[in-house]
Ligand binder design. Structure first.
Ligand code: GAR
Length: 208
């Protein structure tokens, strides 16, 4: 069994896609052992509860400084003894120490085709606002391993989504989620659980 910790900040639709993927058998040999949110009000915590998964909040507001928060977050992750950490709409940069201790065992979903519209300041709706402002015709989502940079780790999988005339950031976000994110993330976790994903020299290969 692949033990997975999912880190969230908001609505948790990507978390839900993983929960549903496991329930429906599309994601095999995988168990979500803990959901961690930095935001006590995250609806994702409610989704975890409804699925019978332990949900824990580690909020930066409860700590005197960033390094104490990061230490508490890492501690909370390690208590659950995960094989894989999934950042599913987690609006906190993974602490360097966590990245070091879980090298190539942390994945993130980003709502664009990296390297477009990624890095500092590009998260959530802002990504889609930037894509529409630039007038791109195709956008999408990316699942990648997390390294010490911002959205710079090895890319595992990407899926393109067409931009439509009249799209708003909200309609585009919804379509990128439905057509790309909720498909890619469970798929990647299933491949990792099956041992089919390898990282070599910063490049990912997927075994058939
Ligand atoms: C998703 O679109 C995810 O790709 C994005 O936040 C949203 C979370 O939605 N993540 C980032 O922007 C990370 N840089 P959810 O809480 O409903 O899964």
């Amino acid at each position: 069994m692949l033990r997975v910790v999912v880190c969230v900040s908001g609505g948790g639709t990507n978390l839900q896609a993983i929960i549903d993927g496991i329930a429906q058998g599309a994601v095999c040999q995988t168990e979500i052992v803990r959901v961690i949110s930095n935001n006590p009000g995250a609806y994702a915590l409610e989704r975890a509860k409804q699925a019978g998964i332990e949900g824990v909040c580690v909020s930066p507001k409860d700590y005197e400084n960033r390094s104490l928060f990061e230490a508490a977050l890492l501690q909370c992750v390690k208590e659950a003894a995960p094989d894989l950490i999934v950042l599913a709409g987690f609006m906190v940069k993974a602490p360097d120490e966590m990245v070091r201790q879980f090298e190539n065992r942390i994945i993130n979903i980003h709502p664009s085709l990296i390297p477009a519209f990624c890095g500092t300041g590009y998260y959530g709706l802002r990504v889609h606002e930037a894509a529409l402002a630039r007038g791109v015709k195709i956008t999408g989502a990316t699942v990648h391993f997390v390294n010490d940079g911002m959205d710079t780790g090895p890319i595992i999988m990407q899926k393109a989504v067409k931009v439509r005339d009249g799209d708003t950031p909200e309609t585009l976000q919804k379509r990128v989620m439905e057509e790309a994110e909720w498909v890619l993330l469970p798929w990647c976790i299933n491949l990792i659980a099956a041992g089919q994903i390898r990282v070599e020299n910063g490049r990912v290969t997927i075994a058939e």
